[in-house]
Design a protein around this ligand. Structure first.
Ligand SMILES: Nc1ncnc2c1ncn2[C@@H]1O[C@H](COP(=O)(O)OP(=O)(O)OP(=O)(O)O)[C@@H](O)[C@H]1O
Ligand SMILES: [Mg+2]
Length: 224
């Protein structure tokens, strides 16, 4: 059976995963601080918007949308028109996490998804939810179960320290795992990307060099 896919928006990535992310799917984007998770997520949403697909960006931090957009607007791929015309919408869960019960948070996400009907969803970053909910594993399970009922592609970002590749509690339920790596080599940090898992896909297993420039994230050809 041929699986339908959508382009990721990241130059050089689609050819490594048979053309794009499977529809529907839940993809974990993991990496340490500053590895490019949020940039990846925005490129994915903007790419969708250019194709007429609606996007929903769910922030788990109490960062204002304006704050977020100020940084993203430094990239050439960014186009504020998709924010202004509502093609990409925003949900801030920062405050709710501190005040609401798990079930209520999930209901709120569900309501916003039902109202905005996105084809692309981003939840960025998931790990900050952990200290707020009583049972993080159960919350993740319920969240993923809810997302799996949709016909969307959802990117869930997860921050890790240098020793881990991805947060295991999110990884096992995800259909795909892409890890953004920052490696110290002599006097410089080099960026790489590796696809650890992509269900239904014959994907590259190599470590591919990655660049973040004013044009955004680009995957370069593997040297290994
Ligand atoms: N205009 C730009 N040109 C080149 N590189 C940039 C530009 N803007 C940001 N970067 C690089 O991208 C990094 C930020 O990436 P991003 O915010 O996507 O990472 P993140 O993994 O989401 O980080 P965090 O853990 O803070 O959420 C910056 O630290 C910087 O190295
Ligand atoms: Mg980020």
């Amino acid at each position: 059976m041929q699986i339908s896919r959508i382009p990721t928006g990241i130059n050089g990535l689609d050819s490594l995963i048979e053309g794009g992310f499977p529809i529907p799917s839940i993809i974990l984007i993991s990496g340490s601080a500053g590895s490019g998770k949020t940039t990846f997520a925005f490129q994915f949403l903007i790419q969708g918007a250019k194709r007429g697909e609606k996007g929903l960006y769910v922030s788990t931090l109490s960062e204002s949308w304006e704050w977020m957009l100020r940084f993203m607007s430094t990239f050439e791929f960014f186009d504020s028109k998709y924010i202004e015309d509502g093609t990409i919408e925003y949900l801030d869960l920062g405050k709710d996490l501190a005040e609401m019960e798990e079930a209520k948070i999930l209901r709120k996400i569900k309501e916003v998804v039902a109202r905005t009907m996105p084809q692309r969803i981003v939840i960025d970053p998931i790990n900050v939810v952990n200290p707020y909910v009583k049972n993080y594993r159960q919350f993740l399970f319920d969240l993923v179960t809810m997302l799996k009922e949709l016909s969307t592609v959802t990117l869930i970002t997860g921050e890790v320290n240098e020793r881990e590749k991805y947060p295991v509690d999110v990884g096992y339920t995800a259909d795909g795992i892409i890890t953004l790596i920052m490696k110290s080599e002599e006097n410089i940090i080099k960026r790489y990307v590796q696809i650890l898992k992509m269900r239904g896909t014959a994907h590259s297993l190599s470590l591919h060099p990655l660049e973040i420039t004013s044009e955004g994230i680009e995957v370069l050809r593997a040297r290994f």
